[in-house]
Design a protein around this ligand. Structure first.
Ligand code: SAM
Length: 289
């Protein structure tokens, strides 16, 4: 019998188990290219002041922040790096990485502040702290789809930027965008801002007059095993794609079959007998006017 479907984004521990598998399966994902591109973007930024303030939203264990922090550490005399991440155990990993980098003599010009909470809670708590609201850089890498109301979060983030400051956002497109949209239908508690086209629409509506510069990266995800019942890892990958805990076990047969058919027929392609999914992504660069 079908059980209640639980939205993954509400359960940080379960989310981590599934996101770790997703990252392992990104076998065709150009991680080096992504990290190189982040480093280049942040190295080329023109920040007039010697010191800068950064708000890092949803960075998980900080792996994708490394090139950003490296770039800022090598060009700024001081950087304040404020991290907001609700998955407390992943945040701890980020903190440990920082401690070990600083022990080795790296990132000594960077002051870190860690907040184990959602961006919504952070924004609410710092609403009136005027001196805390002037950021030179705010980044939301692959996490906008988790925000309760992405439109109002982005308006608030944009308002907290200094003039000329950068709002940097990475978001999925291709099949991944398509499957996450489908996942919204499966899970009624789900979020509504899942991919490039949706986010572009929301941003242009909520922040009229902004310019969005983009960088595009191609990649693919091997999803072959999601169609097999027995593999634990691949069931976790499937859970990530449908943003639902234990989807195979808990969904009704009808919902499950409909989702799997949609995934196979609309979101996959075949290569050397294996099923893959296009999970291209775009970086949005928005400078505060
Ligand atoms: C797909 S992961 C991306 C992690 C990392 N930025 C990366 O690119 O590997 C989404 C991240 O957003 C975090 N997250 C979920 N809800 C959030 C919220 N309301 N505010 C801030 N971060 C959130 C998750 O805990 C997770 O670390």
């Amino acid at each position: 019998m079908a059980k209640e479907l639980k939205l993954l984004q509400k359960y940080p521990t379960e989310f981590s188990a599934r996101y770790d598998i997703f990252r392992k399966c990104e076998m065709f994902f150009p991680k080096d290219e992504q990290l190189r591109s982040f480093r280049e973007t942040f190295s080329n930024l023109k920040i007039e002041k010697n010191s800068c303030r950064v708000l890092a939203v949803g960075p998980y264990d900080g792996a994708v922040d490394i090139p950003i922090i490296d770039a800022l550490d090598s060009k700024q005399s001081r950087t304040e790096y404020i991290v907001v991440e609700p998955a407390a155990h992943e945040l701890k990993k980020f903190e440990s990485m920082v401690a070990s980098k600083q022990e080795q003599g790296d990132w000594r010009k960077v002051d870190f502040e860690f907040h184990a909470k959602t961006i919504e809670a952070y924004l609410q708590e710092t609403k009136t702290a005027k001196d805390k609201n002037d950021f030179d850089i705010i980044h939301t890498i692959r996490c906008a789809y988790c925000f309760t109301d992405p439109g109002s979060v982005f308006v608030d983030l944009y308002e907290r930027l200094e003039k000329g400051g950068l709002l940097f956002n990475t978001i999925s497109t291709g099949h991944l965008e398509k499957i996450l949209k489908k996942a919204d239908e499966v899970n009624p508690g789900s979020r509504r801002c899942v991919g490039v086209s949706n986010l572009r629409k929301v941003l242009q509506q909520k922040l009229p007059g902004i310019d969005i510069n983009t960088t595009y990266r191609k990649s693919s995800l091997l999803v072959d095993e999601c169609f097999k019942e027995e593999s634990r890892d691949e069931n976790l990958l499937l859970d990530f794609l449908v943003q639902t805990i234990d989807f195979r076990q808990n969904a009704s047969e009808e919902v499950f079959n409909d989702f799997m058919t949609f995934m196979k027929e609309e979101c996959c392609y075949e290569m050397e007998g294996k099923l893959l999914m296009r999970m291209d992504e775009e970086d949005f660069l928005i400078f505060k006017k």
